[in-house]
Design a protein around this ligand. Structure first.
Ligand code: APR
Length: 315
């Protein structure tokens, strides 16, 4: 792993291209290969992004795959293919449309990048990540859903706005599902090295929790489509952690096998990211309030998994 520093991005839409751009600016990869089912999209964006690397400190080759077979021998494949949430469409509405896309994309990854780590982004995130785990049958450390990295950046934004300071050192922990029952945990966050509980009232915390949960919808309300810069940067941060074996703790959606009292479900928890993908699942103490919220979150994901099961997606 990490020899080629080659990353495939399947779905060169707004989020996929933003991830590629962020990686290219940072010089994280030797090569990024974009694939999109819509003709011309991957090539047009690959050319545009590689031209932008003229001003990067390290070169990155950005190529466009003509077919899924060209996304080959990647260390990491990011899946952003799918239909984004629009207007008042809930994440759950997307379930069956995106499941079909994920299934065919995943089968291609197994064929052409059989040693890759997969970062899944398509919604509903936790259910799709679980589906990728089931379809591949790979060890669970190679399947990682990008959720907490984004939701955490949205929580940090709210904290920074509330306090008016903090720069890059605002704690940002969001666990649970990447949907309506996500669990921002400002009560466990620090700013610099100061516990947030010393700086904000209980009411402020509640406001931050609500605004974080509404973070995606707020952008949809303005743009009529989902955000993409913050998701793109969050993906790039996770790719960096894996390729650089940084062992960063990043909340991510992973398949649980007894951790937090659950198994055979995918949900957001803090994990250590390194060259193996998920190196370790961090087990926090959840008080009764958080545990109750976590249980609801897990149940939401299980309901989505049941929809896939009853539609025979795994047969
Ligand atoms: N293979 C490759 N690309 C595909 C496929 C497929 N089978 N199906 C769709 N795509 C491509 C589309 O052509 C489009 O360019 O996926 C891209 C998705 O990009 P956008 O529509 O711009 O959506 P984006 O905002 O980038 O969101 C991507 O992230 O938040 C999630 O649910 C959201 O699934 C969505 C994903």
């Amino acid at each position: 792993m990490t020899i080629n520093r080659k990353v495939g991005i399947i779905g060169a839409g707004a989020v996929g291209a933003s991830a590629a751009f962020s990686l290219a600016i940072m010089g994280t990869c030797k090569e990024i290969v974009l694939y999109d089912i819509a003709e011309g999209v991957a090539l047009g964006k690959a050319i545009d992004i590689e031209q932008a690397t003229h001003y990067s400190t390290k070169p990155t080759r950005i190529t466009a795959a003509e077919t899924p077979a060209d996304v080959k021998d990647c260390d990491i494949v990011v899946i952003t293919a799918g239909v984004p949430r629009k207007g008042d469409m809930t994440r759950e509405d997307l379930l069956m449309i995106n499941a079909k896309i994920i299934q065919s994309v995943t089968e291609d990854i197994m064929r052409y990048s059989p040693d890759a780590i997969i970062i899944s982004v398509s919604n509903p995130l936790d259910v799709m990540t679980y589906a990728i785990g089931r379809i591949t049958g790979w060890q669970r450390h190679r399947i990682i859903g990008m959720a907490g990295a984004l939701d955490g950046s949205r929580m940090a934004y709210q904290i920074r706005k509330k306090l008016g300071y903090g720069a890059a050192r605002v704690g940002a922990l969001v666990i649970g599902d990447h949907g309506e029952n996500m669990i921002p945990v400002p009560q466990k966050a620090n700013i610099g090295d100061v516990p947030l509980t010393d700086l904000l009232s209980k009411e402020d915390m509640e406001e931050i929790i609500e605004k974080t949960k509404n973070g995606g919808a707020e952008i949809v309300g303005h743009l009529k489509t989902s955000g993409y810069y913050a998701p793109g940067r969050a993906i790039a941060y996770m790719v960096e952690a894996i390729l650089n074996d940084s062992k960063a703790v990043v909340s991510s959606s992973v398949i649980l096998d007894g951790e937090y009292g659950y198994r055979d479900v995918c949900v957001g928890v803090p994990v250590v990211l390194g060259s193996r993908g998920v190196e370790h699942i961090v087990q926090m103490q959840l008080d009764d309030g958080l545990k109750a919220k976590f249980d609801i979150s897990v149940q939401t994901v299980k309901n989505g998994i049941e929809v896939l099961q009853s539609n025979k997606v795994f047969n």
